[in-house]
Design a protein around this ligand. Structure first.
Ligand code: DX5
Ligand code: ZN
Length: 231
């Protein structure tokens, strides 16, 4: 298994895997050196797509010891946090746009015993999550409009990613700075250069069925921290 990079982690999103053969996808991600698995929960309300719920998280949990990063693209995340934690989620990431009281939501998610992350859509300013930063284990900056995998990376989020990096550094926070959406060997370097530490990869991890090769290419791009030309 390739060596893990301390500090920078790669999390394949199972949304891009073959749902009828998830066990194989999980094994491929593990043997390709994935650091975590990212699970995209969509409710058809907060986002215009429906994916899966706690039952699938539980099934994945039985198959792997990798950390499970649960991206809750759902309305009223606090209501379901316990179920996703109980199913085996290690980190619960909610959207600040999905709740009227993000501080209370952090508290609710934290009460489950999970690590807690907060996500922002591409058009949400960093200021919507910044005040929570000190109480979070992860900030997730979306680089596509949430709902679907395989979309094109939006380079206009890079200044916001840099702003998040600066703020976390100022706070002395070791929280993960996650980038999610359109991460490929062409875009991962720019995200790394902007300060991301946690790279979600859907299509680019599973495309062609050569997961280990795909992850190796992504890691190389992240390590290189380029091309900065993207922005
Ligand atoms: C989009 C999801 C992403 C998506 C990533 O709503 O949050 O995690 O699965 O897929 P790619 O990497 O293909 O954009
Ligand atoms: Zn996601």
């Amino acid at each position: 298994m390739p060596a893990r990079r301390p500090g920078r982690r790669l999390a394949p999103s199972l949304l891009s895997a073959d749902f009828a053969d998830l066990a194989q996808a999980i094994r491929a991600a593990e043997s390709g050196g994935a650091d975590a698995l990212h699970l995209d929960v969509m409710d058809g309300h907060f986002v215009p797509n429906i994916s899966f719920g706690p039952a699938l998280v539980r099934a994945v949990r039985r198959r792997t010891a990798l950390p499970l990063d649960i991206h809750l693209m759902i309305t009223d995340p606090g209501r379901y946090a316990g179920a996703f934690r109980e199913a085996g989620g290690d980190t619960l990431v909610f959207h600040v746009e999905a709740t009227a009281d993000p501080v209370a939501t952090v508290r609710e998610l934290r009460a489950t015993g999970a690590a807690v992350g907060a996500a922002i859509r591409p058009d949400t300013p960093y200021g919507a999550v910044g005040p929570l930063a000190a109480s979070l284990d992860q900030i997730l900056v979306m680089s596509v409009h949430p709902g679907f995998s395989g979309q094109r990376f939006l380079p206009e989020v890079l200044p916001k990613l840099r702003e998040a990096r600066r703020h976390l550094d100022e706070l002395g926070s070791a929280a993960d700075l996650s980038i999610d959406g359109g991460i490929t060997p062409e875009t991962a370097g720019a995200a790394a250069a902007a300060g991301a530490t946690f790279f979600v990869c859907g299509n680019s991890a599973f495309v062609g069925g050569v997961v280990a090769e795909n992850l190796a290419r992504l890691r190389a791009a992240i390590d290189e921290g380029g091309p900065r030309a993207l922005r």
